[in-house]
Design a protein around this ligand. Structure first.
Ligand SMILES: [Zn+2]
Length: 139
């Protein structure tokens, strides 16, 4: 069964799956293809969130699994540990996670709903499109 609306099956959307496209770009194209309007990296909000949907008061953060510490046991990059300079890297990665949690809490306090999309979740665009639609609601 194909869950995607026709506009997502276009040539444009097929290119999304080409390897090497940045996860944030994939999410942007999907959200755009679903008909949502958004702003990018709004500097007046905590953490300069990646995608901001002002009309819905919703935010999507796109996180790299290694840099932001994806805790899913099935995520290879999330479990990957730096091989050297651990004294430098481990605190740095821990700070990233801490900052993400602080930004999300601050955004929630301001009344924003936040969805975090992990890099590894952008590999299945059909599934991701469904998640975006469920999160953002009727356009
Ligand atoms: Zn991951």
């Amino acid at each position: 069964m194909d869950l995607l609306p026709p506009e997502l099956r276009s040539e444009n959307m097929r290119r999304i799956r080409s390897k090497g496209m940045k996860p944030e770009l994939i999410v942007r194209q999907l959200a755009h293809g679903l008909g949502f309007r958004f702003r990018l990296h709004r500097a007046d909000l905590p953490g300069k969130p990646d995608l901001v949907f002002p009309r819905h008061r919703k935010i999507i953060m796109v996180h790299g699994c290694f840099w932001h510490g994806h805790s899913d046991p099935d995520c290879v990059d999330g479990r990957r540990k730096p091989k050297s300079n651990l004294d430098y890297w481990l605190p740095k990665l821990a700070r990233n996670r801490q900052r993400d949690a602080e930004h999300e809490a601050a955004l929630a306090d301001l009344g924003w709903a936040v969805l975090t999309v992990w890099e590894c979740e952008t590999r299945s665009t059909a599934y991701l499109a469904e998640r975006l639609r469920a999160f953002l609601g009727p356009g």
